[in-house]
Design a protein around this ligand. Structure first.
Ligand code: F6P
Length: 539
């Protein structure tokens, strides 16, 4: 692998940025080239992508594709898919793709399908609620052992079991688990203790809280009401859990929803839909593995991310899923992208002279429009926005039912809003246009030009629009895999390890040091701020 800044393509991109990139104007680009939309849209499994509202032209894409070739992205991709230990600092393979390969295909297929089949058989026994008596499922996990299921379950609401209520507890803060426990009774509750390591402080603490509540409320059959999903089966057994679904060290936490960590998803949507989720992801894996770079959607998105981060120096990306079911997608992507690519040294351990992961943030549309879109349109920073539009609803539609007829109208409103926002970001509004318009709510005391300046939009603000036909297990699987491979691509260009997370270690270690001090009051050796804050907390 060659680090991006050491390639000829990087130098060419730098020259291209100075000459054409910095002042690139989207409105002029569309005026110049009537075929821009067709030329810059890409069809991938389940996902159509309009890249044409990005600050790129054919030459930019050409140089970016050269960059991918010179950096050896395809070679590193193939090494990942083969199971080479590309997570070098932990000496591990990175094989979440193996979890969604059909039986008989891909590395470790025997192990993968043995656990998958056992898990899905178990799922059907719990989903038979008349026999199982289970009505509530509580997933206790954090980070990758929480965010994937917590994002997918509401996204697939239309496919979920109506008699099972899903709950997610992650925070060590008792305010998370306490209100959940208040809704439960032991006989109807299944707790899933989800932890790759089965040592994570927050998860273990909440698992103990759940067990204490279960026993205090007359629960007896721990084997029936507690299940673990972990690579550390011995630790789960020591905790007293006998039903365990395992996975392997080559599944990274933030890439684990396809493994046993997906148990809450499978319980919510059932075995067939869970297999469809895996199938959608596998289709995207094949696209990533086989499509030529110029039509390879994860690669193109990863390349544009690097163009924006390292040349335009944009610091964040706003995610705007126009589907309420995707309300947790931004949080999920924060871990996927920022834990993977928030790194400051390359594979050799050398400090990087360029920026890596952007901040990823957002909310579903249209809610974000009434909060921070003001800044996206008129603030001083340019923030690329990623719109996700879903053509067809899953809440039903029809003219004979007044509610569904109204919801159909609302869906059209939702889509119109999403389209309008990307259009407005690009088009902007000149001061002359603003001056020519009436602004009924504006102050009469201001002169027209001053007012028009406040009502001017610079425009030329970039966005990508991803479009799904419908949010189904299959399309959601493909969408998530698209993001995984896009993060892989930018990480490979930066030549960093996207699969470790040493940055979370220091805080954990210091917490272990402070924990007994909060009880004892021992402030010896602490900095003055920490000692002072601790004293106030104990006063
Ligand atoms: O703190 C970071 C982290 O290690 C994540 O990478 C991981 O997803 C999360 O903690 C939970 O870890 P575990 O599944 O081992 O409890």
């Amino acid at each position: 692998m060659t680090r991006c800044d050491r390639t000829q393509a990087w130098a060419a991109l730098q020259g291209h940025f100075e000459a054409h990139g910095r002042d690139f104007d989207l409105r002029e680009a569309f005026a110049r080239d009537a075929s821009r939309f067709d030329a810059m849209s890409v069809e991938a499994p389940e996902v159509f992508a309009d890249l044409s509202k990005n600050l790129v032209d054919t030459a930019t894409l050409h140089f970016l594709l050269d960059l991918a070739a010179e950096c050896g992205v395809a070679t590193r991709r193939d090494a990942m898919l083969r199971g080479d230990p590309i997570n070098t600092t932990e000496g591990r393979a990175v094989l979440h793709t193996a979890l969604r390969a059909p039986a008989g295909e891909g590395p470790f297929t025997g192990d993968v399908h043995r656990v998958l089949d056992a898990m899905l058989a178990y799922v059907e026994t719990v989903r038979d609620t008349a026999a199982s008596g289970i009505r509530h499922i509580v997933n206790i996990g954090i980070g990758g052992s929480d965010l994937g299921p917590q994002m997918v379950v509401p996204a697939l609401d239309a496919f979920t079991h109506p008699g099972l209520q899903m709950h997610f507890v992650s925070n060590v803060d008792g305010h998370d688990i306490a209100p959940v426990l208040r809704q439960l009774n032991p006989a109807e509750t299944l707790f899933i203790i989800a932890s790759k390591t089965f040592t994570t402080q927050e998860t273990m603490a909440n698992a103990h809280a759940a067990k204490a509540w279960f026993e205090a409320n007359g629960g007896t059959d721990t084997a029936k009401h507690f299940v673990a999903t972990t690579t550390n089966i011995d630790a789960a057994a020591k905790f007293g859990i006998t039903t365990t679904f395992g996975f392997w060290d080559w599944v990274g936490g933030r890439y684990s929803l396809w493994s046993a960590i997906g148990l809450p998803i499978a319980l919510a949507i059932g075995a067939d839909h869970f297999r469809a989720l895996l199938g959608g992801a596998h289709a995207m894996d094949e696209h990533f593995a086989q499509a030529p770079a110029a039509k390879n959607l994860p690669m193109l998105l990863g390349l544009i991310d690097v163009w924006y981060r390292n040349f335009h120096r944009f610091t964040s990306r706003c995610m705007a899923p126009y589907h309420q079911g995707l309300k947790r997608l931004p949080a999920y992507l924060q871990q996927l992208e920022m834990e993977s690519n928030g790194k400051r040294v390359d594979l050799a351990g050398d400090a990087l002279p360029f920026a890596t992961s952007p901040v990823v943030w957002g909310e579903p549309g249209t809610n974000g429009q009434h909060a921070y879109f003001q800044m996206l349109h008129q603030g001083t920073d340019v923030i690329p926005v990623e719109f996700i539009l879903v053509k067809k609803t899953t809440h039903g539609s029809g003219n004979d039912n007044p509610l569904l007829a109204q919801l159909d109208k609302q869906h059209t409103m939702l889509l119109a809003n999403g389209l309008a926002q990307s259009q407005a970001l690009m088009q902007g509004k000149t001061t002359e246009q603003a001056q020519a318009e009436k602004a009924p709510t504006a102050s009469q005391a201001l002169d027209a030009l001053t007012l028009a300046r406040h009502r001017t939009f610079p425009g030329n603000r970039p966005s990508t629009t991803l479009m799904l036909y419908q949010l189904t297990p299959r399309s959601l699987g493909a969408l998530i895999a698209l993001y995984e491979h896009r993060v892989f691509t930018s990480g490979a260009l930066w030549n960093i390890n996207s699969f470790d997370q040493w940055g979370v270690e220091l805080g954990k270690a210091l917490c272990n040091d402070l924990l007994p001090r909060l009880d004892s009051g021992d402030a010896s050796g602490l900095d003055a701020s920490t000692a002072g804050l601790m004293k106030r907390l104990r006063a």
